[in-house]
Structures are given as structure tokens and as C-alpha cells.
Design a protein around this ligand. Structure first.
Ligand SMILES: [Zn+2]
Length: 64
């Protein structure tokens, strides 16, 4: 995801998979401003990112 420094508008490309929690913060390398990034859980959450979901939906049809 993209994070932009509010002070100097430098853009950083943040790898969300390396974020341990929903939020992370770091200081801008250009101006030292503290940038807070909040993980966006939108589309990826419904696909492979579910930790405890049912693995497959093909087994329901074989029960008869
Ligand atoms: Zn900056």
C-alpha cells in the first residue's frame, strides 16, 4: 500500500504483509515526520487471508 508523508509528500510503498499489526509508523527519511500507516482490510480479507475459514465448499454436494 502507498503511504505519503504529510510534510514533504514523499511516497513510500509499504508491504502490508510485513506489518505485524493493523497500524505501523515510521519516520520519513526525508524530513523526519512520523508517518502512520493503517492497514486496509478490504478485498484481500475475503479471499485467502482468512485465518480460520472453511477450506473448501465442494464437499457439501457429496453428502447424499
Ligand atoms: Zn517527509
Amino acid at each position: 500500500m502507498l503511504a505519503i508523508c504529510e510534510d514533504c509528500s514523499k511516497k513510500y510503498n509499504i508491504d502490508e504483509s510485513k506489518m505485524k499489526s493493523d497500524r505501523a509508523r515510521f519516520s520519513c527519511q526525508e524530513c523526519g515526520h512520523i508517518i502512520v500507516v493503517v492497514k486496509s482490510k478490504t478485498e484481500q480479507a475475503s479471499q485467502e487471508d482468512r485465518p480460520g475459514g472453511e477450506p473448501s465448499d465442494g464437499q457439501k454436494l457429496d453428502s447424499i
